[in-house]
Design a protein around this ligand. Structure first.
Ligand code: COI
Length: 352
């Protein structure tokens, strides 16, 4: 064990961290006790990961991540069941997605086993920060970054894999139905770009659209494809689905512009089990405007209803609430994640 990995076992006696209003969790950072770090240099594999107290990290000003955005992140949650077991949801999927993204960004990546083991250790070390049942989840944020110094353009010579954790509740307050603005001037991803991997560089470019839309009273932004500007792609931090009749549609992954969400994949499976036809396809904005329901999915947003979209000067409203499919999908997914429903698919991993 690394010297910094001394866990304060006095925490084991305290079931929950003090000073957190568990009923008011949102999606902001609450500093927890420990973070996990593992490094790798020049052609070697990642090894010797360790836990250390949560805190700032040191980087050379010329680190690849700071100058050229050579970095990826992941997001997954540890959830406490009614009988106080702690479960992860499909962590191998996040590990595999990080591996795929690492190839695109010319980075080495931890193995799937290293990734899952690191996540488990981070959760166990921060157990008292896993919210009580039904209050939210401990959000894990694995980062992979070029931490080596580099002035010329090229892959860094040292990499850092780091996981920090924060208790979180709903991403959108109260899981309120979203009022989306369809952005038709600025694009999020291009074919052949990095939209399909969780590169850190995909996210801040949405701020400008988000800021303008929020200034006009919208909750978030939906982006269109950058080639034709005619098809819906992704919301700033989530995948999108629409429902018409018995058909559920979501934008296809084949152009590399859509993130292969773990929640997206799970919702497709649940919807198929419910007997819906699921189509992964190019979705013209007109189909969105004619849909009966629309909702978004992601680790942070889980399954969130979309109440309305505005495209140019046309506003359309959708069915939301108790009778909506979105609610049924949300109940089933969270039922599995929280142990309320039997996990017939082997998606959950109990870690305590
Ligand atoms: C997640 O759902 O885990 C995300 O990565 C969303 C994040 C951009 C807030």
């Amino acid at each position: 064990m690394a010297p910094s990995e001394t866990i304060n076992h006095s925490h084991d006696c305290e079931k929950y961290a003090d000073g957190v209003d568990w009923d008011e969790l949102g999606f902001g950072l609450i500093r927890t006790d420990y973070m996990y770090t593992m490094k790798c240099t020049d052609g070697e594999n990642f090894s010797h990961g360790h836990l250390s107290p949560f805190g700032n990290i040191e980087l050379c000003p010329s680190a690849g991540i700071l100058n050229y955005g050579q970095g990826l992140f992941e997001g997954l949650k540890a959830i406490r069941t009614e009988d106080s077991r702690i479960m992860l949801f499909r962590p191998k999927e996040n590990a595999l997605r990080m591996k795929m993204g690492a190839e695109r960004m010319c980075m080495p990546s931890p193995s799937v086993e290293q990734f899952v083991d690191a996540v488990k250790r981070t959760v166990l070390a921060n157990k008292r920060w896993v919210p009580p049942p039904r209050k939210g989840g401990l959000y894990l944020r694995p980062l992979l970054m070029g931490s080596g110094s580099n002035l010329g353009l090229g892959p860094a010579r040292e990499y850092t894999f780091l996981i920090f954790a924060s208790p979180t509740g709903n991403y959108h307050k109260g899981r309120a139905a979203l009022n989306l603005y369809v952005e038709h001037k600025i694009h999020r991803a291009t074919p052949g770009g990095t939209g399909g991997v969780k590169s850190v560089t995909n996210y801040s470019p949405v701020y400008q659209s988000q800021k303008e839309a929020r200034g006009k009273g919208f909750s978030d932004v939906l982006f269109l494809d950058s080639v034709t500007g005619k098809n819906i792609e992704e919301i700033s931090a989530a995948n999108i689905f629409i429902l018409k009749g018995n058909v559920i549609s979501t934008p296809t992954l084949i152009y590399g512009t859509i993130l292969a969400g773990v929640t997206r994949k799970s919702i497709i499976d649940i919807a198929l089990d419910f007997g819906y036809q699921v189509e992964e396809r190019m979705i013209p904005v007109e189909d969105l405007l004619e849909a009966e329901e629309a909702f978004c999915t992601g680790t942070a947003v889980v399954v969130n209803p979309i109440g309305a979209v505005t495209y140019r000067d046309k506003r359309v409203e959708y069915k939301t609430g108790e009778g909506a499919l979105c609610q049924k999908l949300y109940e089933t997914l969270t039922g599995i994640q929280t142990g309320r429903l039997e996990d017939k698919k082997g998606w959950t991993l109990e870690i305590n």
